[in-house]
Design a protein around this ligand. Structure first.
Ligand code: NG6
Ligand code: CA
Length: 512
C-alpha cells in the first residue's frame, strides 16, 4: 500500500489539474487550428459567360439562383476582370500569374497544340501544392497538352500534372475542337487500345465524313467554320479518327464534370484542397442535357446557362453536406465576355428576346471594349468574408499573388498583385491598373479610365459574330464610371493623360 503524506497528495492533485487543463488547451488548439487551417479554394470558371448573364448582375430574363448564392453570401465585384477576351490567354494568365501579352502562343489554341506553360515555372496550382494543398482541375483545359506531334494513345505529357495539379480530369481542348475526349491524368479516359485515336488539324483521314460534305448527318449545323469531323451529330474544328469508346457525349458533359468535381472534394475533404472547376458552358456547341433543353425560352444558350447554374448549385450543396462551406473560398467568374453566334446555328440570336448578355457594357467576346473582359466575379468565404458588393478593380491574374500571401508562399510573378484585402472585402482598393488583351492587341485600364491604343483590323468581328472588336486606327480613351457603354472618346481632349498611360504600358511591358 502506498502511503502518501499531505504534501505528496497535493502534488498529485496539482499535476492532475495541470494535465487536465493542458488536455483541454490541446483540444482547444486543435479546434482553433482547424479554423485557422488554410481554407480550401475552389474556382468555378464559366466559358464565355457575360457580365449580364447572371441574375445577381442584373439579368431578369435568365435566372441563376445558384450562382447568385455565391454572390449573395459573399462579395460581388462590379469591376472584376479576365485578362483577355478569349479563352486560352485568360486561362493562361489566371494559372501562371503572367500577362498573356508576354507570350506569343497565348492565343486561342488548336486542339493538338503542345502545352502552353513552361514546366518548372511557378503557377497557381504549383504554389498551392507547395503550400500543402491537394490541387486538381476538372473540365475545360484549352491550354495545350503534350509536345509536338503527340501520340494521343500513349502518356499525354507535359500537361496539368506537370504544372502543379495533383489530379486532372480535363476536356482535351474545347467542345468544338477535336479530339472529343477527356484526359484523366496522363491518359485518355476510356480509350480502347485496339481503336487508337488520331488527330490532324490539316488534313482529313480517308473515308471519314465531314460536316461540310455530309450535312445530313448533323443535328446542329455550323454557321461558320466547325464543318470538319463529325461526332455525336455535331461537326467540329479539326479532324479525328478512332478512339470511339472514349468520345464524350456533349449532353452529358455537365454531369460528367460535376460528378468528377464532387468526387474530388469527397476524396480530399480532410486536406486543404484547390479545385479549378472549369465549366464548358455556354461555349459552343451548346448542347444541354435533355433535362434542360427548352427550359430557358432563350434557346440552347440560355438552356446551358441554366444547366451550369444547376451544376453550381449541386456542387455547393455537396460542400454544405460535407461541412466544408464555412472554410472554403469559392470564386465564380468567366474566362471572357459573351457571344451569340459563335459558329453554329443554335438560335442564340433569334431567341435572345430582351436578354442582355453584355449587361450594358460595350463589345463582347473577342473585343477590346469592356464586355470582352469585364465579367461576373464573386468570392465567397463565410468564415472570413462579410457579404456585400465591392467596386475594387480585381483581376483573375491576381489569384496567384493573393493566395500566395494567404498561405505564406512567395509569389514570383511581377504581373500578379497581392489584392487579398480587396478579395476578402477588407479593403475597397484593388489594383491601380491592368493591361488587357493578348500579344499584339492590348488595352490599358487605369482607375476609371481605359485606353485603347490604335489597332489595325476589322471594326466588326464578322457578319456572324457581329461584335465590335474595339480596333480602330485612332486612339480611344473612355471614362468607364461616367460612360459605361464607351460612347464618348476622350482621347483628343486629354493628350497628356493619353501620353502618360501609353508610357505606363511601356513600363509594365518592360518590367519582365
Ligand atoms: C474561334 C471559333 C469559336 C470559338 C473560339 C474560341 C470558328 C469560326 N470560331 O476560332 O467557335 O471556338 O475560336 O473560343 O471556328 S474560346 O472561348 O475557347 O476562346
Ligand atoms: Ca471562352
Amino acid at each position: 500500500m502506498i502511503i502518501m503524506n499531505y504534501k505528496q497528495l497535493l502534488k498529485i492533485l496539482f499535476s492532475t489539474i495541470l494535465l487536465v487543463s493542458y488536455g483541454n488547451a490541446q483540444a482547444q488548439t486543435t479546434s482553433s487550428n482547424k479554423l485557422n487551417t488554410n481554407p480550401n479554394i475552389v474556382i468555378i470558371y464559366a466559358d464565355d459567360l457575360g457580365y449580364g448573364d447572371v441574375s445577381s448582375y442584373g439579368s431578369t430574363e435568365l435566372l441563376t439562383p445558384n450562382i447568385d448564392r455565391i454572390a449573395n453570401d459573399g462579395l460581388r465585384f462590379t469591376n472584376g476582370y479576365a485578362t483577355s477576351p478569349t479563352c486560352t490567354p485568360s486561362r493562361f494568365s489566371m494559372l501562371s500569374g503572367i500577362y498573356p501579352f508576354r507570350s506569343k502562343r497565348a492565343r486561342v489554341l488548336p486542339g493538338n497544340a503542345p502545352l502552353l506553360f513552361e514546366v518548372g515555372k511557378q503557377t497557381l496550382p504549383s504554389m498551392l501544392h507547395d503550400a500543402g494543398y491537394f490541387t486538381g482541375v476538372v473540365g475545360k483545359w484549352h491550354l495545350g497538352l503534350g509536345g509536338e506531334n503527340m501520340d494521343w494513345n500513349a502518356a499525354i505529357k507535359p500537361g496539368p500534372r506537370e504544372i502543379g495539379f495533383d489530379y486532372s480530369y480535363v476536356m482535351a481542348s474545347t467542345n468544338d475542337r477535336v479530339p472529343s475526349v477527356y484526359v484523366k491524368n496522363h491518359h485518355i479516359d476510356g480509350l480502347d487500345p485496339n481503336d487508337p485515336l488520331e488527330v490532324n488539324y490539316r488534313k482529313n483521314f480517308e473515308g471519314e465524313p465531314t460536316g461540310k460534305q455530309h450535312p445530313e448527318l448533323l443535328k446542329v449545323h455550323p454557321s461558320h467554320g466547325h464543318d470538319r469531323s463529325i461526332h455525336n451529330g455535331i461537326s467540329r474544328i479539326g479532324f479525328m479518327r478512332g478512339g470511339k469508346s472514349a468520345l464524350f457525349i456533349d449532353e452529358d458533359m455537365s454531369d460528367d464534370f460535376l460528378k468528377e468535381s464532387v468526387k474530388f472534394v469527397n476524396d480530399h475533404k480532410d486536406a486543404p484542397f484547390f479545385l479549378f472547376y472549369s465549366l464548358h458552358q455556354p461555349h459552343v456547341p451548346r448542347i444541354p442535357h435533355p433535362r434542360f433543353a427548352g427550359k430557358s425560352g432563350l434557346g440552347p444558350r440560355g438552356d446551358v446557362i441554366l444547366e451550369a447554374d444547376w451544376a453550381v448549385g449541386e456542387f455547393l450543396n455537396e460542400l454544405d453536406k460535407l461541412g466544408l462551406s464555412e472554410n472554403t473560398i469559392v470564386i465564380f467568374s468567366s474566362d471572357n465576355g459573351p457571344v451569340l453566334d459563335d459558329g453554329y446555328h443554335d438560335d442564340a440570336v433569334e431567341k435572345l428576346g430582351k436578354h442582355t448578355p453584355r449587361g450594358g457594357l460595350r463589345g463582347g467576346k473577342y473585343s477590346l471594349f469592356d464586355a470582352g473582359t469585364h465579367v461576373p466575379f464573386m468570392v465567397r468565404w463565410p468564415a472570413k468574408i462579410k457579404p456585400g458588393v465591392s467596386d475594387a478593380l480585381v483581376c483573375q491574374i491576381d489569384f496567384l499573388a493573393s493566395f500566395a500571401s494567404l498561405t505564406g508562399q512567395e509569389n514570383t510573378s511581377p504581373d500578379s498583385e497581392n489584392i487579398l484585402n480587396a478579395l476578402t472585402g477588407k479593403s475597397k482598393k484593388g489594383r491601380e491598373n491592368l493591361v488587357l488583351g493578348q500579344n499584339g492587341i492590348t488595352s490599358y485600364r487605369k482607375g476609371d479610365f481605359v485606353l485603347i491604343p490604335p489597332h489595325k483590323g476589322r471594326k466588326i468581328n464578322n457578319k456572324w459574330v457581329n461584335i465590335e472588336t474595339g480596333k480602330d486606327l485612332s486612339m480611344q480613351l473612355y471614362n468607364l464610371k461616367e460612360d459605361r457603354n464607351q460612347q464618348h472618346n476622350l482621347a483628343e481632349k486629354n493628350p497628356k493623360m493619353v501620353e502618360k498611360m501609353l508610357h505606363e504600358i511601356e513600363i509594365i511591358k518592360k518590367r519582365y
